[in-house]
Design a protein around this ligand. Structure first.
Ligand code: DIR
Ligand code: MN
Ligand code: MN
Ligand code: MN
Length: 306
């Protein structure tokens, strides 16, 4: 079993600087050793250096750093497609704009295998803005819209070769959703479990339903974990803290169930801003969550116990 690490020190998609230090912090927090201890042969490809990618400017004056994010997206699409063919792919962010590329690339990999890509999106935010609807202009807020082929990206971002069916996307942890996103999520048929849903039913039942659906469809799974999915009290190192997030136990349960499903092939670790951390605690927690997704457990359970 091979695990491929790829650093993406992108922070042009976020409003405040600092996510560019994320890949280093994950390495210092011991991501490679944690995965090696689980029996993986870990290869760290270092940090990606994206070549320039020419795109047309967009008329929305709020948008920031479109050429840079287009370049990251094109490079990450290729990197994800390649890494996804070699083993389990872990992407060390970087802000959440990197998911535009990693999901696009993993979707091409899945298509090559004749399987649909499913995405488990763990985030306070849906990042479902188009270039036309974004108000902040921060492109970490558009990744999921790009990867599902929402309109208006053509010519302004790299061509999307294998759009993900939005009905194969499940979002858990939402608690900051802009009005344009709310309408679009419903229209697209994305499965959304906001924090109220978790309060009412817990994480296990909705996640199990999604994993069973992915399995029945013969899908492979990409997991995108934004630090702000977690409650700020346990994960303070993120530029966009939103109160009322997932607990330590909820997050680990999700990771362990995903592992037991056997469906996951790739993981984004995003939005870590080490400049805001308390002695690396958020980086360490994110590494522990990655380890849970890749098989660390308290006691072994029969596989398929999800
Ligand atoms: C916010 C997204 N809806 C925006 N914020 C994010 O700026 O469009 N923070 N993604 O993590
Ligand atoms: Mn996000
Ligand atoms: Mn977020
Ligand atoms: Mn246009």
């Amino acid at each position: 079993r091979i695990c491929v690490l790829t650093g993406a020190a992108v922070d042009e998609g976020a409003s405040r600087p600092g996510c560019e230090m994320g890949p280093s912090a994950f390495r210092v927090a011991g991501i490679a050793a944690a995965l090696a201890e689980l029996g993986y042969a870990v290869r760290d490809n270092g940090n990606l250096v994206p070549p320039a990618f020419a795109v047309e400017p967009h008329p929305n004056p709020a948008i920031r750093h479109l050429p840079e994010i287009a370049a990251w997206t094109a490079a990450l699409d290729e990197a994800a497609f390649a890494a996804g063919g070699e083993g389990f792919a872990v992407f060390l962010g970087g802000d959440h704009s990197l998911s535009a590329g990693t999901i696009a690339g993993m979707s091409r990999r899945a298509a090559l295998e004749g399987r649909p890509l499913f995405v488990l999106w763990l985030d306070a935010h849906p990042d479902f803005h188009t270039l036309d609807s974004t108000v902040s202009g921060n492109l970490h807020g558009v990744g999921m819209a790009y990867a599902t082929g929402r309109p208006g990206f053509a010519a302004h971002m790299p061509p999307l070769r294998a759009p993900v069916d939005p009905r194969n996307v499940c979002m858990i942890g939402l608690r900051s959703v802009d009005p344009a996103e709310r309408a679009a999520l419903r229209e697209a048929g994305v499965t959304v479990h906001d924090m109220r849903a978790l309060d009412e039913s817990g994480v296990a039942a909705p996640l199990r339903a999604f994993l069973e659906r992915a399995e029945a469809a013969g899908g492979i799974l990409h997991v995108s974990l934004d630090v702000d999915f977690l409650d700020p009290s346990i994960a303070p190192a993120v530029g966009t803290t939103v109160p009322g997030g997932a607990t330590f136990r909820e997050a680990h349960l999700i990771m362990e169930m995903v592992h037991d499903s056997g469906l996951a092939r790739s993981l984004d670790l995003v939005e870590l801003n080490p400049f805001l951390d308390e002695r690396g605690r958020t980086a360490l927690l994110m590494v522990d969550l990655a380890a849970s997704l890749l098989g660390r457990s308290i006691f072994d359970r029969p596989t398929r116990s999800f």
